[in-house]
Design a protein around this ligand. Structure first.
Ligand SMILES: Nc1ncnc2c1ncn2[C@@H]1O[C@H](COP(=O)(O)OP(=O)(O)OP(=O)(O)O)[C@@H](O)[C@H]1O
Length: 234
């Protein structure tokens, strides 16, 4: 069977003419079902750019990027939109909508997936919020929640539609140590239960121990891939 993520020889540049500069150089990586991979490296090494290519948020230039069986190189906008719906995204600034409750924010993720009416979606969203420990806070708006709670809403929103892959960019950057570890632990527990692979970009050394594998980037290249602590220890 294909791996959920198979990247081969990805090279990507920003800018034109003399200003053109490669920020990803010959990047190859594959991620297995249920595997948690942390992508780390100095600022500017290309981590976010790689994540946006995998998330179909940006067009490919060179190489191959097979995401959930779909080749992103040369993919149409329609194919990229369809793929994005199968991915759970979690970003540093969580991107929750301020005028909706936590429950409504999570339920929105289910709108693109047919077969559920509004009441079903809100019920499912409530269950997911309970799974991340926010049953009591489901009807609050983001501004009424702490940073850690908001990020837990973002985890619930990313996972509620049962994505085939989760992409997270600095999900703990704005959190204190305890909330950051809790958010990541929740994310990894829920994903592991379903065998959902996670690719997580972070500078945060406090969460490295949740990874099965740590991939280090520098200057647009993968310089090191090391097995982290064994999954059995989680
Ligand atoms: N839209 C853009 N246009 C031009 N250059 C860009 C653009 N986005 C990023 N870059 C440049 O590409 C390089 C890689 O950026 P990228 O954000 O992928 O790195 P990163 O490893 O995620 O960094 P950080 O850890 O600071 O987020 C940087 O030199 C950055 O300045």
């Amino acid at each position: 069977m294909d791996q959920p993520l198979e990247l081969s020889n990805i090279t990507f540049s920003y800018g034109d003419g003399e200003l053109r500069r490669a920020v990803l150089k010959d990047v190859s990586l594959s991620v297995a079902p249920g595997e948690i991979v942390i992508l780390t490296g100095p600022s500017g090494s290309g981590k976010t750019t790689l994540l946006t290519l995998i998330g179909a948020l940006r067009g490919m230039q060179e190489g191959s990027c097979l995401v959930l069986g779909q080749e992103m190189r040369g993919a149409s906008e329609a194919a990229r939109v369809a793929l994005r719906r199968r991915i759970g995204f979690i970003f540093q600034n969580h991107n929750l909508l301020g005028f909706l409750s936590a429950r409504q924010n999570v339920a929105m993720s289910l709108e693109l997936h047919g077969g559920m009416n509004d009441a079903d979606r809100l019920k499912r969203a409530g269950e997911m919020l309970a799974a991340v420990g926010l049953a009591e806070h489901a009807d609050k708006r983001p501004a009424q929640l702490s940073g850690g709670q908001r990020q837990r809403v973002a985890v619930a929103r990313a996972l509620v539609a049962e994505p085939g892959l989760v992409l997270a960019d600095e999900p703990t950057a704005a959190l204190d140590r305890a909330s950051g570890q809790e958010v990541v632990r929740l994310l990894s527990d829920l994903a592991r239960r379903r065998g959902t692979p996670i690719l997580l970009v972070t500078h945060d050394p406090r969460i490295l121990d949740i990874a099965d594998r740590i991939v280090a980037m520098e200057d647009g290249r993968i310089i090191d891939t090391s097995a982290a602590s064994s999954p059995a220890s989680h």
